[in-house]
Design a protein around this ligand. Sequence first.
Ligand code: FES
Ligand SMILES: [Fe+2]
Length: 363
Amino acid sequence: MNSPSLVLDPEHALPNAAYRDPAVLAAEMARIWHTDWVFVTTEDHVGSAGDQLPVMVGDQPVLLLRNQEGELVALSNLCAHRGTMLVEQPANAKRIQCPYHAWSYNDGGRLLAAPFTPKGTVDKAAHCLPVYRVESWHGLVFVSLDPEVEPLTERFAAVEPHAAAHGVDSMHHWSDWQETQVWDCNWKLAIVNAMESYHLFQVHSRTLEPYTPTRDAYYITGSARATATGGRVEGGDDYLLISLPPGFVGVFNSGAFYWQAVHPAGVDRCAVRTGGAFTSTPQRRPRGRLARWLSRTANYGYSLPDFLPEDKAICERGQRGASGDFNPGRLVPAERVVADFGHYLNWRLNDIEPPAVHTEANP
Ligand code: FES
Ligand SMILES: [Fe+2]
């Protein structure tokens, strides 16, 4: 957001221009999606040596792969010859060969061969695929196009001990369960909605509220980098919700982990991906709604949670209102995680140093 009028007040809602102005999206692409850590998938999705998966990081096509040494690698997915997309479907191969003129690369992005070119015509070293940063945080894979980005362990340090207490070290992911929807709203409406528990009693009065009441939700710890919140679950253990901006939210409950990831697809559209994991062996009679839903999934196949259409509807309604102007309203204490996200935006977009980690005592 280069315009000074879009320096944000994190104690208030975002102005509507943040949801409709292409200049804002362009700034977010440059200063968030093309420079920060972006969640791309879970590790099991590229589980074997040679597995290749095309993913998007902002507007940049990226090829995520597992090399012959078993390490994750992220490369530009654009051929160094004339820029053709190299891999468009999940594949398994030792090498990458362009479908256009068959230039081929190894799994580190090094150009191996350029057919029908006289020796010395193509400088191979100058035609390698750019290599990007890739790290896994407990099986969740993030890519950054910025070589200087801080390590994920630093980024998520505030939530790490809380996630560890909920079994994040032993998460077993199933990439087969991933589902993607397109929502007609700006990406920030979708991710902020996934972060806060203030709306449960109203939007999810019959789905979530009876099990995870708004009045029993609480803030644990957080900053612009990552936030942990929680809440009481009827008949089960408290849930833990981790918000990892710009686009990832995950909920732990009773040995299950449900996640939602958001990625922009234009100023008024975004992709919302959901998935699940177990943090322990599935219990025969799991306690808690999320754990029950995930164990059903394990037995009968993946089904989207019943509360998701309610979230989609309210976020799209927010976007329909974004054509008008309004005076951004005050965030209430139950929305502290939304304020953290405001600080995140100011940090990334406006170079405003975010406040230190804030922690609250809970019952
Ligand atoms: S564009 Fe890839 S080999 Fe020509
Ligand atoms: Fe919701």
